[in-house]
Write a protein that binds this ligand. Sequence first.
Ligand code: PMP
Length: 316
Amino acid sequence: MAATPVQPPPLPEVVFFRDQFVPYSEAKVSVLCHGLNYGTGCFEGIRGYWSTAKEEMFILKMAAHFERIHQSARILHMSIKYSVKEMCELALELVRRNKFREDIYIRPLLFMGDERIGVRLHGLTTEFTMFAVPMGDYIATKGIRCSLSSWRRIDDNAVPARAKITGAYINSALAKTEAHNKGFDEAIFLNADGHVSEGSAMNLFMVREGRLVTPAVNHNILEGVTRKAEMNIAQLEFGEPVEERSIDRTEMYICDELFLCGTGAQIAPVIDVDNRPVGGTGVIGPMTRKIMDVYNRAVHGEDARFSDWLTPVYRA
Ligand code: PMP
């Protein structure tokens, strides 16, 4: 039987490159590009949700992402021409020029654009580019199966996970492919000291004794925008702050509920870790369901409590 042809991912029409909006085909870098050779760059992933009911695109937590790219850039000694506010305006203009009317993913990227050999961060030129592609509003409801990675999470004193560094994603890629090759959906990293850190591109939350717990920011995690959003939801819905602390591997094996979250993945309930059904039964728990439900409504502009998370694109 003939295999079903795989559709290539959609490409953007207009991108922001070298200080102007240009057709996608004109945004090209050299094979000598420093960022390409050494992974000297940092980036963001921002979602835009199209609301058919409101005929409007809402960009989620836009300023928080551009603030984080500025922080990543500070860690990498990069100089940026554009303020957070200017980046926000460019993102809105990018979406308008592409006339998107569906869910999208915006990718701002800072990279060392110099065409030269030599590993370092000083004396180089920071370039800024940004593109957006359609991305479905997929919220996993079935639950995913995870395995602990044999790869340890990068350490703050080696490659800082707090910065969203392009080259650092080889750590995530190794873990993700290992999990895939073992038949799992996603990987969970331990730190070098053996405590739980995060997924390949998602933060981690568990429920123990009715309380949400997540690794603290000094556990080699990316300080996720969605992580903060979930903490915000949890406080409002459950009336208690999320506990930020170390999580042992076996504590995760015996927790009551577990989920991963991030801009791309949104909220991914975990039903099994290393062949141990979460909560003993492997069903999605009530706190996870509640958070998924509130998050889903919030990002679509259907919960006024979270309206400040959203920036409308087309409204004048
Ligand atoms: N951790 C890592 C390693 C990530 O790549 C991401 C995705 N950006 C996250 C966590 C989640 O971060 P956010 O909620 O800001 O997308």
